[in-house]
Design a protein around this ligand. Structure first.
Ligand code: NIG
Ligand code: FE
Length: 429
């Protein structure tokens, strides 16, 4: 399968030399090519360049591309992208998009003034979703998740991390992870599963939650590892959820089974989550509304990606994470949707791009890095995804006719994505 895209108004987010992430002031620089072409072969990006170079030209009505020692004259598809831009697909490195039902009635309680923690204490929140998930079959969960995946594809997402965490029992956590595995074979999206057994303390363990932590460690983790259902392990390390000591024990156990940490931290307070994540060389620490000098110091010169979830902070009306301070301190920042029924019932990464600029004062270039290459890093796939680079996977979208790449975060609320190519195949229009 080959696809040739010609007359691209601007090809955005080009990288070289297998850059894995972009940090600090480098985030404000974005490499692009105006008036470009791009060729895919199989699942990958074979080559790209400027139309004016003459390597891609029309001869006797047929397109021809000349490469380094090769020439191609026949293509399965030729797309004329006049007036349109090409971006690498968004990588959404943090979602909970397998869930049963929805929680709009709780959201009314939120409007009336109840906090996220108060709703959780009343048995709402995550426990509400866990009760619904318990009575849903694997097939029902698959059927609910598929339209969500369809929707995010059309909004420009090409790779998505999905967490368990609405099971909260051994069997239901395994059920969720099996659903995620089934979805992997049913969609052109690249799906990365994360085990989140310690998402909330089940009602029966209130006051002795250490026993639940023991179940996560001694029963859930070994099952997840033996069935090879996930490569990452998450813990909701925050006030009212799991403590630093409990998180430490869980991450230690996960590491022994080859599960790398990728945790929820510092959403509700200075929980110590960032530091315990860094201690275990977490791939990412996510949320980060409460980040000060100590957290920034602990993240410096580590392999841990600070990941901000603007949709959850927006929906819950929370303080904004100090993204500017982190970037100005030289750190990288990734952004993801947190798509889930409680705190962010949307997986629209274009809206995340807009929130990045509107609410976090990120430049369009910084926001694009945060939602592509850096979020690819935060899900362990930046070798293959997250930018336009020869040899990387052909996961990209062609926009509708728009004037500039800056228009993407600016024109919030509308879908600017026209055509989608995932792993070298034209998926949607
Ligand atoms: O990332 N913070 C913890 N977990 C989710 C919320 C899940 C839910 O409310 O269902 C989050 O915001
Ligand atoms: Fe989350």
């Amino acid at each position: 399968m080959t696809i040739l895209i010609v007359n691209i108004k601007e090809l955005v987010q080009i990288t070289e030399n297998h850059v894995k992430m972009v940090a600090g002031c480098a985030m404000s620089k974005l490499s692009t090519l105006k008036d470009a072409w791009l060729l895919t072969e199989g699942a990958g990006i074979k080559d790209f360049g400027r139309m004016s170079e003459g390597r891609c030209q029309r001869k006797d009505g047929n397109w021809q591309v000349d490469g380094d020692g090769w020439q191609m004259t026949a293509f399965d598809q030729v797309i004329d992208a006049t007036g349109r831009l090409v971006f690498p697909s968004f990588c959404d490195s943090h979602t909970h998009l397998v869930y049963a039902g929805s929680r709009e009635l709780e959201y009314i309680d939120k409007i009336k003034g109840l906090s996220y923690e108060e709703i959780a204490r009343r048995g709402g929140g995550i426990l509400n979703s866990a009760a619904r998930l318990h009575v849903a079959s694997e097939d029902e969960l698959v059927a609910e998740a598929l339209p969500r995946l369809e929707e995010i594809i059309r909004l420009g997402t090409g790779a998505v991390e999905i967490k368990s965490g609405y099971g909260l029992t051994v069997e239901d956590e395994i059920k969720m992870l099996r659903v995620i595995r089934k979805l992997q074979g049913m969609t052109p999206l690249t799906i990365v599963p994360t085990f989140l057994g310690a998402h909330a303390v089940p009602a029966g363990y209130k006051g002795h939650q250490g026993e639940f932590v023991d179940i996560v460690i001694h029963e859930m983790i070994p099952r997840v590892a033996s069935e090879q259902l996930a490569g990452f392990i998450d813990v909701f390390c925050d006030q009212g959820f799991f403590t630093v000591d409990e998180t430490d024990r869980i991450l230690d156990a996960g590491m022994k089974y080859g599960l790398r940490a990728k945790i929820h931290a510092n959403e509700l307070g200075y929980s110590g989550g960032v530091q315990v994540g860094v201690k275990y060389n977490a791939l990412s620490v996510d949320h980060l509304e409460f980040v000060g000098d100590k957290e920034i110091a602990s993240l410096r010169n580590t392999g841990t990606m600070p990941t901000v979830l603007p949709g959850a902070a927006f929906f819950l009306g929370m303080v904004a994470s100090p993204v500017r301070t982190m970037i100005d301190a030289g750190l990288p920042v990734a952004m993801a949707s947190d798509f889930n029924p409680g705190s962010s019932p949307s997986g629209n990464m274009q809206f995340i791009l807009s929130l990045a600029s509107v609410r976090y004062r990120m430049l369009p270039e910084e926001a694009i890095h945060a939602t592509t290459i850096n979020s690819a890093y935060a899900m362990g796939i930046s070798n293959d995804y997250g930018s336009i680079e020869k040899g990387k996977k052909a996961n990209l979208f062609i926009t509708k006719p728009i004037p500039t790449y800056e228009f993407m975060p600016y024109a919030y609320g509308s879908n600017k994505v026209d055509e989608v190519i995932l792993n070298g195949k034209l998926i949607a229009r």
